[in-house]
Design a protein around this ligand. Structure first.
Ligand code: ADP
Ligand code: ZN
Length: 435
């Protein structure tokens, strides 16, 4: 028997959903046009007025917005309400300098938490459950989102945050947590630690896990399910559209249902911007229908996936998205942190290294590794081994300051990194996260 948090919405008919989306879209476009100068200019440039967008069929008329716009408008340029009405901010992981900062009114937070509560219910959660939240708390959206969802539902919430793995397991045993929420790589690590402590899934009471914020494979899912004795559910989201809970998996586990009362999803050709039909693979674009403080219209996520409108056996009528199958930009998620190769390149050049480098990412024992191979410039060639070890350490420190995570730096002799005659292949990702 399927359970829903808000059945009248999650199982609405197509007509009901469309009517709700049309009405919300028209008023949201008006709200944004009147309150966000940055987006008003984009609309004016395209010659589109709020009254031109009355239904979802008019969506294509609106301009796209991207991460570059968010950086340019940082920090307040896309805020659509007075700052006094905001009660919370979150920010994307990883980048120093111009981060992306998202704002929330009290109502925005409420609706976001509702989306997360739907995900917990879809994973079999009820108010009887004990939710252990081992996503990071703080600027990252994972902890706050699932914590709020768990409260909404009335679960006993364990606000563990990530880290201190043996203590996580101790709490699981003592308080009999039934649902674990964290990144899939952390779930895998908890599974390993459980075994290392000489325990088995029978020693804990977990039944389900809600894992997201980074790509993970079906193999990893099976591994986690076996090691923790649970059923593992996927959850998707991004800071720009509140955080986790934009889409969530149901018991059918054939894609994640997008909360369409709050977000309209489109798939576009990332090269041309052309809107593609359901079933075609392309870049996911979200229009936020209900957020008041930070309402992004046609936001390009850069995540590549496919939408599926076929009826789902769980009874929910919300469209389903596949797991992201890749990205249309070069962003990697390493140990939960968003990393762009250009950030590493910036540090190399700042530190006086030549722009010849290779980045290797791998996953060893369920933990991501980051190796950066950099050529010494010719005037550094005569350095002693000791000098080189120090240089590697300094460079690793500078990269850590930029990214927030530590790489292993390998300085190699000049002219040993393969040159390219076309697009340089600077990144080798051995994790095979996308099928
Ligand atoms: P968060 O803080 O929620 O991780 P970010 O904005 O830092 O949000 O990162 C969002 C990106 O993380 C998404 O655009 C997507 O690439 C990735 N992501 C989030 N959830 C998943 C998931 N379940 N599977 C694969 N990738 C995901
Ligand atoms: Zn379903």
């Amino acid at each position: 028997m399927a359970n829903y948090y808000q059945p009248e919405i999650e199982c609405a008919s197509e007509e009901q959903r469309k009517a709700m989306q049309d009405e919300r879209l028209a008023s949201q476009v008006k709200h944004v046009y009147e309150n966000v100068e940055y987006y008003r200019k984009l609309m004016d440039e395209k010659g589109v007025k709020p009254e031109d967008v009355q239904t979802t069929a008019d969506l294509y008329k609106l301009p796209f917005i991207s991460k570059a716009d968010l950086r340019e408008a940082y920090p307040y340029g896309l805020l659509a309400t007075p700052i006094e009405e905001c009660v919370e901010i979150h920010s994307t992981s990883g980048t120093t300098g111009k981060r992306v900062v998202a704002f929330y009114t009290k109502e925005d937070v409420d609706l976001w938490h509702e989306c997360c509560a739907r995900a917990i219910v879809a994973a079999g959660g009820t108010k009887e459950d004990i939710c252990q939240i081992a996503y990071g708390y703080g600027l990252f959206t994972g902890g706050a989102g699932l914590d709020g969802g768990s409260h909404k539902l009335g679960c006993l919430t364990l606000p563990m945050s990530s880290g201190n793995t043996e203590r996580q397991i101790q709490f699981m045993q003592d308080l009999k947590s039934t649902i674990l929420c964290c990144t899939p790589s952390y779930a895998a690590y908890i599974g390993e630690t459980l075994r290392d402590m000489g325990l088995t899934p029978d020693d804990i009471s977990l039944k389900a896990g809600i894992f997201g914020a980074e790509p993970w494979t079906e193999e990893m899912r099976k591994d986690i399910e076996k090691n923790l004795g649970i059923k593992a559910y996927d959850i998707y989201g991004l800071t720009e559209s509140s955080g986790p809970g934009v889409a969530f998996e149901c018991s059918a586990q054939k894609g994640m249902h997008i909360n369409e009362d709050h977000f309209i999803a489109e798939i576009i050709n990332p090269e041309t911007g052309e809107v593609l039909s359901d079933g075609e693979k392309g870049e996911l674009v979200f229009t936020s229908l209900t957020k008041k403080a930070f309402p992004l219209l046609r936001y390009r996520t850069r995540d590549i996936c496919v939408l599926n409108r076929e009826k789902c056996s769980c009874g929910r009528t919300f469209v389903r998205m596949t797991k992201p199958m890749g990205r249309s930009d070069d962003m990697m998620i390493i140990r939960g942190v968003n990393v762009f190769p250009s950030q590493i390149e910036t540090v190399l050049l700042e530190q006086g290294y030549p722009p010849h480098y290779r980045i290797e990412v791998d996953r060893v024992n369920n933990s991501d590794t980051l190796d950066v191979y950099v050529e010494l410039s010719s005037n550094m060639f005569s350095d002693t081994v000791k000098d080189i070890a120090k240089k590697e350490k300094d460079l690793a420190g500078a990269i850590k300051t930029m990214l927030g995570i530590s790489p292993k730096v390998h300085l190699v002799p000049a002219k040993t990194i393969e040159r390219s005659e076309g697009k340089a292949v600077r990144v080798v990702d051995k994790r095979k996260l996308h099928d």
